[in-house]
Design a protein around this ligand. Structure first.
Ligand SMILES: Cc1ncc(COP(=O)(O)O)c(C=O)c1O
Length: 468
């Protein structure tokens, strides 16, 4: 090939191959191994082989996919893929992503992406509206929940120290301290470490017996730090902790933050979009008091990776943290459009919003409400089964969709092998967990393809393994 344009015949071939692949993948999902039997020789050869001077062409590329890539890929969309917090992509996703690639809008400033700017705005406004963040709210789509939390902490730093941009953490003012719980996701530590706060200035507050941050101990820690001459500035609460799905007491934490003048960020990467479920809506009502919320469309809106989001009560503060002017990137303002480069760390940005917008438009919001509700119901079903089974111990109240199970008579060292066995035999891919010092197997239902029969199969198998 001496051109980068496909001929009409090649385009037809590529489209037909893609359509065949999408169809056969969809139809074979349940029968595929959840974890591939990785062919190390094939992958080692792939790593070692030089790229061809003369291309393999469209047919060759699809043959590579069929023979080398797909058989060595994890079946994330399998109905019993219940490890971590990752759902299968929704049905319009492959087509939306293809259009994103064709249009290749750069969502940095509006002139390069006018419609995309408005689409992203509409998605962000809808997300912020789910939590009642108010008329000044805004935000941005990110590459995930970790990035959203890092950007939120950056915003909190800039808000606390007006000279943060110039002097960073070197201003000589008292060291800043951030508070979160011992059950918080490691993205909080990672953000603090990479932003230069230092892990010594992150307090991991103990949790109660339902794995929720203890507000009394948070108040004590803040008082102790103030007495020691340090400067508390931010609390990261979690709405859906990664291991147990617990929801920190956001209302009382918001009261404390208001009294102490602290930024309240809520890490809702796993849990916040369960606000869509009627049965959970009230639980999430206190999130309206947050200064910022991280959430993940690539989890409970089932968009393909990557699509996270940060929504902020006062969008001006996000802009104050991230907007930089430069002569080579100046466009006239337009009240309809936003220059998203001013709301986050990236300059070149993909049209991530299209896949979120496409899903909401194609399936309608009620479909996502029903999917969230269904995941909650299935997790409750598994939780009830585990609680009722003599050989199993449920380690967490099932607040959302994470179910942590201990198998009676099994030693901690046996758990990795048990997880491998469950995956190898095709029962399910479940994840490891540790809660208040106890090792467990964790199922996390974030999968719209999972059925009651899948849940019961997992329950039966766990019970049998406990007896064994
Ligand atoms: C509570 C919580 N926070 C943050 C993250 C990280 O999100 P991401 O993988 O989108 O960066 C996760 C991922 O599961 C999570 O459960």
């Amino acid at each position: 090939m001496n051109t980068l344009v496909l001929s009409p015949a090649e385009r037809a071939q590529a489209a037909a191959s893609l359509a065949r692949f999408v169809d056969s993948y969809e139809e074979s999902l349940s029968a595929r191994p959840i974890l591939p039997d990785v062919d190390r020789d094939t992958l080692a050869k792939l790593l070692a082989e030089p790229f061809p001077a003369e291309g393999v062409g469209v047919e060759g590329f699809f043959a590579d996919l069929r023979d080398r890539i797909v058989p060595n890929s994890t079946t994330v969309a399998h109905p019993r893929f219940l490890a971590y917090v990752q759902g299968p992509p929704n049905g319009i996703a492959p087509y939306a992503d293809a259009i994103t690639a064709v249009l290749n809008q750069n969502c940095n400033f509006w002139q390069l992406s006018p419609a995309a700017s408005v689409v992203e705005r509409s998605v962000v406004d809808w997300l912020a509206g789910l939590f009642g963040l108010g008329p000044d709210a805004g935000g941005i789509l990110t590459n995930g929940g970790s990035g959203a939390t890092k950007d939120a902490i950056t915003t909190a730093l800039a808000d606390r120290r007006p000279d943060f941009r110039e002097r960073g953490l070197q201003s000589g003012a008292p060291p800043l301290v951030l508070y979160t719980s011992e059950e918080a996701h490691r993205c909080v530590d990672k953000a603090a470490a990479t932003l230069g706060l230092g892990l010594d200035h992150v307090r991991h507050i103990p949790t109660d017996d339902a794995f929720r941050l203890r507000v009394d101990l948070l108040a004590d820690a803040i008082a102790a730090d103030r007495a020691a001459g340090l400067e508390p500035f931010c609390v990261v609460a979690t709405a859906g902790t990664v291991t147990s799905g617990s929801i920190d007491p956001i209302g009382p934490i918001a009261d404390l933050c208001a009294r102490e003048d602290l930024w309240l960020h809520v890490d809702g990467a796993y849990g916040a979009l369960f606000v869509l479920a009627d049965s959970a809506r009230e639980t999430f009502a206190p999130l309206s008091r947050a200064d910022s919320i991280a959430l993940d469309p690539h989890k409970m809106l089932f968009t393909p990776l990557e699509a996270g989001a940060l929504v902020v009560k006062d969008a001006g503060k996000l802009r104050a943290a991230f907007a930089f002017s430069s002569s080579y990137l100046t466009v006239a303002e337009d009240e309809l459009m936003l220059d998203f480069m001013d709301y986050g760390p990236q300059l070149s940005r993909s049209f991530k919003a299209l896949k979120v917008w496409a899903a909401l438009r194609t399936f309608g919001v009620d479909t996502f409400r029903a999917a969230a509700e269904r995941c909650l119901r299935l997790a409750a079903r598994l939780g009830e089964r585990v609680a009722a089974e003599p050989g199993l111990t449920l380690l967490n109240p099932v607040a959302l969709t994470a179910v942590c199970v201990r198998l009676d008579g099994r030693r901690d060292e046996e758990y990795p092998a048990l997880l491998a066995q469950l995956a190898d035999e095709g029962t399910a891919l479940l994840g490891p967990a540790r809660l208040h010092g106890q090792t467990a197997i964790r199922a996390c239902v974030a999968n719209y393809r999972t059925t009651e029969a899948d849940i019961d199969l997992i329950g039966d198998r766990l019970a049998a393994l406990a007896e064994a």
